[in-house]
Design a protein around this ligand. Structure first.
Ligand code: ADP
Ligand code: MG
Length: 479
């Protein structure tokens, strides 16, 4: 479509530019002629540059035979009427106001393109926000708890595909529940936002795909659409490791303060105990053996000795006694511990045996203390195992990790799951006459050796204690 423009001001220039810039699909407009009384009019200047037909009098257009459309952009209705009367019937004409309509359509189209661009930018940003946060789980939830979107990190953790999650309720997917979260333990962040309209933060315990519990810190932000709350975006982070670390630190602090207290008390008791013991022994020496008083003094001495033992345990627990480490054979230590505990096992009709690694490298250990730990574990096992049960002490060398593992396993009563993380606490005991110090001392000793101790138990089936030691080189005493 060949166009001639009457009035070559800024609108004319604009029209020329648009026609140049856009690719048209149906009509293929091209400006061929421009008229204006002002020689310096912007459109005229441009048309001249482009070697188009230019004139100061639009009447010249009627002489041209290559025009399909005349566009009047002067705004003067008389000119438009004049064009209508003079133009060839084959030629069409549109007035300034009609042309304005195209302006509007054009700016609407531009707006559309801009909005489209903005939308794709927002989408890209959204995608980065949702899926770029690989350490956080992100989920977009509507007001009725339906999952609208969810990021890849969260899907991976849940072991679900996007289709399996979207459209389901958040409580179903993350808590395997049929109703929304509630109560103090599990407050619903969405419900909080519906009441306050403000972002909220809470912690939850979520169940992973293998049934494991994880502590999750949830930050929830409201999503408004034209001032109206439409849903929320929940960003959650697994803080299980941090919580466990905190627990461990608290446990460590507790141990340190109990240790200090015990050391102080033990120290104070040690001196009077020695006095009681030596005095009763001295009096015993002056008395005839077998006499009543001699026997009663023997009881005093024995009880004082027992107290001393407890004091020694307390001091051990407080890690007051120095350790002397040297290269030693752990298999030998296990064998000796076996000799010392065999009698008790036999007495309860428990089968106590060993399964020792044939080639065990030497390890830098405090022999007496390690023996104490193995005896502690074996005595616990004997106490927990009914007649006819079995206890095994075994050693194993893991060459790839360069560690030695000692296992004490029994077929006894086992430990209840809720007690499993308390057994190393000082003074934790389930026995009538227990001190609850054995395992905490054992734990302390193994830690002093740079090792680890772990218990696994199935109530009613038995318990396994695993101790690992790093295999160290060198023979220097006490470090
Ligand atoms: P104590 O033997 O004086 O109770 P410990 O620190 O040695 O103190 O043990 C703490 C608790 O751990 C025991 O009271 C018992 O409940 C549990 N326990 C330890 N070893 C075993 C085991 N082999 N089988 C079952 N329970 C055990
Ligand atoms: Mg014990």
């Amino acid at each position: 479509m060949r166009i001639a423009i009457v009035g070559a001001g800024s609108k004319c220039l604009y029209l020329m530019n648009i026609i140049e810039k856009y690719e048209f699909q149906v009509v293929f407009p091209v400006v061929v002629a421009v008229a204006d009384i002002n020689n310096e009019a912007l459109g005229l200047v441009k048309a001249r540059k482009k070697n188009l037909f230019v004139t100061n009098d639009y009447n010249d257009f009627f002489k041209l035979d290559n025009i399909d459309l005349i566009v009047e952009l002067t705004g003067n209705i008389d000119i438009h009427n004049d064009i209508l009367t003079k133009k060839n019937s084959r030629v069409r004409a549109i007035a300034h106001t009609t042309a304005m309509l195209f302006w509007e359509i054009d700016s609407a189209a531009r707006m559309h393109i801009k909005t489209h661009q903005e939308l794709s930018e927002t989408l890209a940003l959204y995608n980065v926000l949702i899926n770029g946060l690989i350490h956080e789980d992100v989920v977009v939830i509507s007001l009725d708890h339906t999952i609208l979107d969810i990021n890849d990190a969260f899907l991976k953790k849940l072991g679900l595909t996007r289709e399996e999650a979207i459209g389901h309720s958040c409580y179903e997917i993350t808590h395997h529940q049929q109703t929304p979260c509630s109560g103090k333990e599990h407050p619903c962040p969405l419900a909080q936002i519906i009441t306050t309209g403000k972002p909220s933060k809470t912690t939850h315990i979520h169940i992973g795909q293998n049934g494991s519990k994880c502590h999750v810190s949830i930050s929830c932000y409201p999503l408004f659409e034209q001032g109206e709350l439409k849903g929320v975006i929940e960003v959650s982070k697994d803080i299980t490791k941090e919580i466990e670390f905190e627990k461990k630190m608290m446990q460590q602090e507790k141990l340190v303060s109990i240790g200090r207290l015990s050391a102080g008390v033990a120290h104070e008791i040690n001196n009077p105990l020695t006095t009681i013991l030596t005095s009763s022994m001295l009096i015993q020496e002056d008395l005839e053996e077998g006499s009543e008083i001699h026997k009663e003094l023997a009881i005093i001495s024995n009880e004082a000795l027992r107290c001393r033992k407890i004091v020694k345990s307390l001091l051990d627990f407080a890690r007051q006694s120095k350790s002397f480490k040297k290269l030693d054979d752990l298999n030998e230590v296990i064998k000796e511990s076996l000799i010392l505990t065999r009698k008790q096992a036999k007495f309860k009709d428990i089968d106590l045996d060993t399964s020792l690694a044939t080639e065990l490298p030497q390890s830098k250990i405090d022999r007496d203390k390690i023996q104490q730990t193995i005896i502690n574990l074996t005595l616990n096992a004997i106490e927990a195992t009914p007649a006819g049960g079995k206890i095994q002490l075994s050693s194993h060398y893991f060459q790839d990790k360069n560690i030695i593992e000692i296992q004490v396993s029994d077929t006894g009563d086992g430990i209840l799951p809720e007690n499993l993380d308390k057994i190393f606490d000082p003074f934790f005991t389930t026995k009538k006459n227990g001190t609850g110090l054995g395992l905490s001392i054992t734990h302390g000793i193994i830690e002093q050796h740079g090792g680890t101790i772990l218990a696994k138990s199935l109530p009613g089936k038995g318990t396994n204690f695993y101790i690992t030691f790093p295999v160290k080189q060198g023979n220097d005493d006490d470090d």
